[in-house]
Design a protein around this ligand. Sequence first.
Ligand code: ADP
Length: 491
Amino acid sequence: MNLPVLFCASEAVPFAQTGGLGDVVTALTDALRGLGCDSRILLPFYRETRDRIQAASPLAENIPLQIGDRTVTGHFWETKTAAGTPVYLLEKDEFFDRSHLYGNPRRGDYEDSPERFTALSRAVHALCTSLDWAPRVLHLHDWQSALGAAYLRFFWRQEKRFAATRCLFTIHNLGYQGLFPAPAFRLTGLPWEAFTMHGLEFWGQCNLLKAGIKYADRLNTVSPKYSLEIQTPEFGFGLDQDLYARRPDLSGILNGIADDVWNPATDPHLKAPFDADHLNGKWLCKLALLKELGFGNAARGRPLLAMVGRLAAQKGLDLLLEILPDLLSRPLSMVILGSGDPALQQQLRSAATAHPEQIKVVIGFDDPLAHRIEAGADFFLMPSRYEPCGLNQMYSLRYGTLPVVHAVGGLDDSVRDLDRDPDQGTGFKFYRYASADFLAAIDAALTLYGNPTARRDLRKRAMRQDFSWQRSARRYLDLYQEMTAQTHGDK
Ligand code: ADP
């Protein structure tokens, strides 16, 4: 079959990463190759990529890229993922040889982001010309590569090479839109008809994400529930009507997890291995974790609740802080690992200082500790306001750490509510974003903790869920096949 698919994205592990997008791009292209696709990746050659790369060979030099009135030149390099997926790197040091991928954390996106990501999107055409190749599916991700959908629609598709190319645009998080002052639009080189509310214009500004929403043939999000939520004012970040208008073309596919990396039977970070049939190791992991975190012996007999992730408003930490006094009046322990918003960090630190016997807070990014927490905790809390997919709840299920989640987005799609579905439930859900509801869901989890047989049975069930990339990749392949089977010109 060998369906040619080109991913254009701003992150892919191990070459460049700030979040989940980097995992998805590499894992999905690798899995698609396993299903017989000729999938490849185009990525900027960032400064950090130089340190993370094993070897790369030059592919093409002095490639002209049009940005507004100016033509810049870039170079292409070629490398591979560990699994063998070809990765093409756009070298343009003026744009990508910087300390961060997108901007200074304090000052936001780099001001020349429109130039930077116009160059990346323009590079799709230049790359295919260099390779004398064209994808049947151009798969774009988030605002950084969204312009490619507009270029395909307005320019490239008129060429024979791209006449049959269809475009899929995946929204990983609608909260980030690539919104810039109106003059940014000139840099794109798109015709003025694309700068209306039916194109990239958004309340007088230039919204790069809208290029994907308006001009891709198909759209998807990283969970089915999120694809519905973003069509509503509550979750739409001002784009709900645009997304609603595209509802026949908009679907959702749940991300997978790297189940070789997140596997409690082989995880090198754990004190003891375990799986659904051998749960004793999980208890040993809990004891080791309690010791590592400095909890006293009393914590051994108490349930351990955990949170790992970015400390950002999206993650529902306001709910946690509201219920913390109530929570800490119960016989339980808590560990929180994260970094982000300085005010949230401070509030959590104060709570840990006031209740050192019950709550430990680790500020920072620590992947091995994240693994040990997933293994050693009893319950994992994810009260996110919104969650396009979320990975931690799937890791938690795999590690038999029962999730307590706000029933939104990927959390709703990946966790089955024990209360509503006692035979197939895998966790605890609350449906209204309210502290009392969150607390009630945690109380249900604590009640279960008091019943060792039910607790063990539920852990086993949770651990047997399939969240492999194979499963997700098959859904993407179905979608690609649907897109490429459509007669050309219907969109
Ligand atoms: P998001 O992409 O919104 O940040 P996800 O749950 O989809 O949230 O993915 C976050 C990933 O980053 C998970 O793999 C999580 O374990 C990891 N992570 C986030 N913060 C930390 C941290 N402080 N230490 C270790 N791992 C972290």
